[in-house]
Design a protein around this ligand. Structure first.
Ligand code: NAD
Length: 295
């Protein structure tokens, strides 16, 4: 069993760290939020007072932070590499810009470390159940080394290619997720306004050609499905601001690769407007409330 440092214990990182402990690994953790640290401590993690202290003895360093500036600040500006044990493998699971992932991995290489980008899909439910999909960008050797560790937190572990390609796959996936969440919300709202029961409409569309993940496991209309953010006042889950961040990353990639992504661009505008209305911290399925005109 391995000695692992875990930095960033939010909605995703918290349950991911607990699954590593359940698999028998020893965890040293750090987060800026004391409540997140308390939770990890109760689950059996050793709480460190700084990221430097967390990584000192670790064979694997895993980070799960909000966005590119957080990741670059931790590894490059604060030069966390200086405190990491020789031979340790670093995996950043945050969703960040592919160029940022490549920049941090290059900085790691220059200081003698292998680093992979390993963003995830599957939401908070997947993080809790240990069924996440990991999409890894890095060398084949680093992929083979990190795979058994990621397997304690996920069900599908993919090697996407070289450094940064994990993030490329992730932002393509999330652009599509935003588009089908907006489409699902639009269809449900139309159905309700035209007089059909939303549960009935959802059951019909789930086995018809409109079926998709948002409809099957993450219904955006409150009360249709139990235990989804929509039925908990859009709390927990994947925040509107994080979705807007990912859509921004996909649009940056579209511009730099001269790719036409009209629905991705529209999805970004809608999520930005929803966030500006004060809904940035709500789960992203709350876009349905925006379409209803009630946010
Ligand atoms: P979150 O905001 O709930 O958690 C982020 C955590 O990082 C917080 O606990 C925060 O205190 C901590 N943090 C920030 N800066 C730090 C620092 N310098 N040192 C230590 N801790 C620091 O976010 P989340 O929902 O857990 O998402 C994390 C990442 O995973 C994001 O990149 C997101 O896009 C991605 N993601 C989220 C979901 C989801 O459903 N929530 C799904 C897939 C991917």
């Amino acid at each position: 069993m391995a000695q692992i440092a875990f930095i960033g214990l939010g909605n995703m990182g918290g349950p991911m760290a607990l699954n590593l402990i359940k698999a028998g690994h020893t965890l040293s953790v750090f987060d800026l939020n004391p409540a997140a640290l308390d939770n990890a401590k109760q689950g059996g993690a050793k709480v460190a007072n700084s990221p430097e202290e967390a990584v000192r003895e670790a064979d694997f360093v895993i980070s799960m932070l909000p966005s590119s500036p957080h990741v670059e600040s931790l590894y490059i500006e604060k030069n966390l590499f200086q405190s990491i044990k020789k031979g340790a493998l670093i995996a950043d699971c945050s969703t960040i810009a592919p160029d940022s992932a490549r920049k941090v991995a290059k900085a790691a290489n220059e200081q003698g470390f292998e680093m992979v980008d390993a963003p995830v899909s599957g939401g908070v439910g997947g993080a809790q159940a240990g069924t996440l999909t990991f999409i890894v960008g890095g060398s084949p050797a680093a992929f083979e080394k990190i795979k058994p560790i990621l397997s304690a937190m996920g069900k599908n572990i993919f090697h996407a290619g070289d450094s940064g390609t994990g993030q490329v796959a992730k932002i393509c996936n999330n652009m599509l997720l935003a588009i089908h969440m907006i489409g699902t919300s639009e269809a449900l709202n139309l159905g309700v306004n035209c007089g059909i029961d939303p549960k009935t409409l959802s059951e019909i569309m789930k086995v018809s050609s409109g079926r998709n993940w948002s409809l099957e496991v993450y219904n955006p209309l409150p009360g249709v499905m139990e235990n989804v953010p929509a039925s908990k006042n859009y709390s927990g889950g994947f925040g509107v601001d994080l979705m807007a961040k990912d859509l921004g990353l996909s649009q940056e990639a579209a511009i730099s690769s001269r790719t036409s992504t009209p629905l991705g661009s529209l999805a970004l505008s809608l999520y930005r407007a929803h966030s500006r209305n004060g809904s940035g911290k709500l789960d992203f399925s709350s876009i349905l409330q925006f379409l209803k005109g009630s946010s």
